[in-house]
Design a protein around this ligand. Structure first.
Ligand code: SF4
Length: 354
C-alpha cells in the first residue's frame, strides 16, 4: 500500500496516477472537500475510473475521528484526534484575518522537559506526514471564513526533529502548489534544541524555525530541559547564527522563552538573553509559565514579566509577551490527551509563533 493521499507530493501523485493533470485533479478534490469525506470516493471528477479505482484501493485518506473538541471563549479550539487508537492533540487559534493550526509530530515524546505535560504520556509512536497534514485538514475545515487557516506551527505533542523525515515531508505537502499552498514563512517548526535535526532542517527547509530556549545559562536550561547536557545553548545558537549568515537573515526565526518565576526571569537573565542573541535576527516570544502539578516551577508575577520584556525591548531586541490563550481548555500540548486518559490536567497556554 502506498502512502495515504494527504501525505503524497504532487510529483508522487503524478507517478501514481500516470499524469500531471490527474494529479492536479486529485489535489483539487482533496483540498476542496466540504465536509471532509470519511474515505476516498469511488470516483473523482476528471480522473478515469480505470485509473482512480486501483489507486484508491492501494492508498487511503487516514483522516482521524474527533475524540474530543473543546472551544475556549476566545475561539481557541483544541481537538483530541484519534488515528486508529492513537490520540494526538491539535489546536486552532483564530486571530484577526487568519487562523493558526498547531499540530503534533509525535504521539507522546521521548524528551523530558520538566515543564511539559506531554512527557507524562511517554512515547507512543511517530506520526506519519499524512497524519500531520490530516490534523491541519480537520482544523482548517472549521476555521471561520474571516480567519482562514493560513499558518501552521509544529508545536503540539512531540519533538519534530525526532521525526524529521516525516515533518519535512509534511512541510513540503503543506506548502505545495496548487493546494494547500501555505507560504513557507507561515509554517513554523519548533524544536526543544536537537542539534543534529536542527542542522539538517536549516540546510534543507525554508520554513520558519522556533527554538525553545527557556534559559540563559546551561545550568538553568539543563534543569528544565535535561537534553541541554548533550546540546548546550552555545551549540544551538551557533547554528542559528550561521544560518542567519547563510540565508542573509531571511529565515523567520523565533526564540521561545517560557518565564519561570524566580528561575529565569531576573534582570541579569534579560541582559544575558540580549547578549546571547547577538547576530541572530529573531523575535523573542516570552511566555509566562502556567504550572501544572508536580513540576515545582511557578508563574512569574505580571510585574516581573513586564519588566523583563521592557528590559529586552530597550536593548533593541524584538520581543512580544504571549499571554495565555485557551486557559479554559488546557491548550498547552499534552494536557487534553492526558485529561481524556483520566490523568487530569491544569490549564495553560498555547505558546509559539502565532
Ligand atoms: S516540550 Fe516538546 S520536546 Fe519537550 S517534552 Fe514536551 S513535547 Fe517533548
Amino acid at each position: 500500500m502506498s502512502r495515504a493521499l494527504p501525505g503524497l507530493t504532487l510529483d508522487e501523485l503524478e507517478h501514481e496516477l500516470g499524469s500531471r493533470t490527474r494529479a492536479l485533479e486529485a489535489l483539487k478534490w482533496l483540498w476542496s472537500q466540504r465536509p471532509l469525506a470519511a474515505a476516498l470516493p469511488e470516483a473523482i471528477p476528471e480522473v478515469s475510473h480505470r485509473v482512480w479505482k486501483p489507486f484508491a484501493a492501494r492508498t487511503g485518506l487516514t483522516l482521524p475521528t474527533v475524540a474530543q473538541r473543546l472551544e475556549s471563549p476566545d475561539g481557541t479550539t483544541k481537538y483530541a484526534l484519534d488515528f486508529s487508537g492513537t490520540q494526538v492533540e491539535t489546536v486552532r487559534i483564530p486571530a484577526k484575518g487568519r487562523s493558526t493550526i498547531c499540530i503534533s509530530s509525535q504521539a507522546g515524546c521521548t524528551r523530558k522537559c520538566v515543564f511539559c505535560a506531554t512527557k507524562e504520556l511517554g512515547f507512543i509512536r511517530q506520526l506519519k506526514a499524512e497524519e500531520m497534514v490530516a490534523q491541519f485538514m480537520v482544523a482548517r475545515a472549521e476555521a471561520p471564513v474571516e480567519a482562514p487557516a493560513s499558518n501552521v506551527v509544529f508545536m503540539g505533542m512531540g519533538e519534530p526533529f525526532d521525526n524529521l523525515d516525516e515533518v519535512l515531508r509534511a512541510v513540503n505537502v503543506l506548502t505545495q502548489s496548487p493546494a494547500p499552498q501555505l507560504r513557507a514563512v507561515s509554517v513554523t517548526v519548533s524544536t526543544s534544541g536537537v542539534l543534529p535535526g536542527l542542522q539538517r532542517f536549516l540546510a534543507e527547509s525554508k520554513a520558519s524555525l522556533a527554538l525553545s530556549l527557556n534559559a540563559t545559562t546551561d545550568e538553568v536550561r539543563t534543569q528544565v530541559m535535561p537534553q541541554n547536557k548533550t546540546w548546550p545553548i552555545a551549540s544551538l545558537l551557533g547554528e542559528l547564527r550561521a544560518d542567519a549568515v547563510r540565508t542573509k537573515g531571511k529565515r523567520q526565526t523565533f526564540v521561545e522563552y517560557v518565564l519561570f518565576g524566580g528561575l529565569n526571569d531576573t534582570d541579569d537573565d534579560a541582559d544575558r538573553l540580549v547578549q546571547l542573541l547577538a547576530g541572530i535576527p529573531s523575535r523573542v516570544n516570552l511566555i509566562p509559565y502556567n504550572p501544572y502539578p508536580g513540576t515545582g516551577l511557578r508563574t512569574p508575577s505580571e510585574e516581573q514579566v513586564r519588566r523583563f520584556h521592557q528590559r529586552v525591548v530597550d536593548q533593541g531586541v524584538l520581543c512580544l509577551v504571549r499571554w495565555p490563550r485557551g486557559r479554559e481548555i488546557a491548550a498547552a500540548c499534552g494536557q487534553l490527551v492526558r485529561s481524556t486518559s483520566g490523568e487530569g490536567f491544569s490549564p495553560s497556554e498555547v505558546d509559539g509563533a502565532l
